[in-house]
Design a protein around this ligand. Structure first.
Ligand SMILES: [Zn+2]
Length: 282
C-alpha cells in the first residue's frame, strides 16, 4: 500500500481518544488517613546520599520516607523492592499507564508482575505546584529509564562508572551482600525524583530541563509493604544539560524515614499481591 496521505487523513486523525485503562476502578488510597498520620511523625533514620553515588535503606510497611533536596538542585533515581523478595520491584511502565507520565500526591508506585500492587503511595510533594510547563515538562517522571554505562558507551565510546545504574547496583550489592553482577540484575527503571522532563512537541523526543527543586523541597512516600529502596544522586545534577560524566554540578540528597502513631493507621493493612491464578489459559 502507498505511504501517501489518504484523502480522509483528517477524519482518521480526528477520531476521539480513550484513556487506555478504566482507572476509575483503581482502589483509592485513603488520603485523609495519610494526611492525619503524616502530621504525627517521629524520625527514626536519616541517610545522606553523596553526589554521583547511591545508598540503600529500609522503609518498613506503614512508615513514611522523604527524599529531600539539600544544598543545591539535584535529581534522584529511585528503585524499590519488596525487602523480603527482590523479584517484586517497582514497575515504572505500569505506574505510567495507571497514573501518568509524571506522578505526585495521591499516585501510587506499583510493583512488577505477578504481584501488581501498590508498593508506596505518594503522600506529599512540595513540587506539586509545578504541574506541566509550556514545554510540556513535569516533575517526577516515570518515562525515563536511568542513566547507564552501556548507553553511554554506545553514544560516547567511553566508560563512566557513576551512572545511576551503576550507583544503584553498588548500593544494592552492599545492602544485600550480593556480587556486583548479581545485584545488577535487580536494578530496574526508576522514578526520576525531582527531574523535569517531557516530550518535545515536534519530534516527541524525551527531553530534560533544569529541575526546579529548592533546598527543603521533598517527595514523601507512604510504604504500603516492607521496602528496600535505593536512591542515586544522578551525575546529571539538576539534569539541565548533561549526565553520564563528571561535568554537571552535583549535590547530595537526604533521605528521612519516619514512623507515625499506629492508631492513626487503624484499618489499614498492606495490599495483597494480585489474585490472578497465573494459569495463562492452560
Ligand atoms: Zn542518572
Amino acid at each position: 500500500m502507498s505511504t501517501a496521505e489518504p484523502a480522509d487523513a483528517a477524519q482518521r486523525r480526528a477520531r476521539p481518544l480513550t484513556v487506555c485503562y478504566p482507572v476509575e476502578a483503581l482502589p483509592k488510597p485513603d488520603m485523609a488517613m495519610l494526611e492525619r498520620a503524616r502530621h504525627h511523625l517521629t524520625k527514626i533514620d536519616e541517610v545522606l546520599v553523596a553526589p554521583r553515588d547511591a545508598e540503600a535503606f529500609h522503609v518498613p510497611a506503614g512508615h513514611f520516607v522523604r527524599i529531600v533536596g539539600v544544598d543545591g538542585p539535584q535529581v534522584g533515581d529511585l528503585n524499590l523492592w519488596n525487602s523480603n523478595d527482590l523479584s517484586e520491584r517497582f514497575f515504572s511502565g505500569k505506574t505510567r499507564q495507571l497514573h501518568a507520565t509524571h506522578v505526585s500526591t495521591g499516585d501510587r508506585l506499583w510493583s512488577s508482575l505477578p504481584s501488581l500492587r501498590p508498593m508506596a503511595t505518594i503522600s506529599h510533594d512540595t513540587l506539586g505546584w509545578y504541574g506541566f510547563d509550556a514545554d510540556g515538562g513535569g516533575i517526577h517522571d516515570v518515562i525515563g529509564t536511568r542513566c547507564d554505562p552501556y548507553t553511554n558507551r554506545l553514544l560516547s565510546g567511553g566508560d563512566y562508572h557513576h551512572c545511576c545504574h551503576s550507583n544503584l547496583t553498588r548500593a544494592l550489592a552492599k545492602a544485600k551482600g550480593l556480587a556486583v553482577k548479581d545485584a545488577e540484575m535487580h536494578v530496574h527503571d526508576v522514578l526520576n525524583v525531582f527531574m523535569c522532563t517531557g516530550f518535545t512537541r515536534d519530534t516527541h523526543q524525551y527531553f530534560m530541563k533544569a529541575s526546579p527543586v529548592r533546598p527543603g523541597d521533598y517527595l514523601e512516600l507512604f510504604a504500603e509493604i516492607d521496602l528496600l529502596a535505593a536512591l542515586s544522586a544522578c551525575p546529571g545534577g539538576d539534569c539541565s544539560t548533561t549526565h553520564s560524566s563528571d561535568v554537571a554540578a552535583c549535590h547530595p540528597l537526604k533521605v528521612e524515614i519516619f514512623r507515625t502513631q499506629p492508631e492513626l493507621l487503624a484499618g489499614w493493612t498492606p495490599p495483597k499481591r494480585s489474585a490472578y491464578p497465573r494459569t495463562h489459559g492452560l
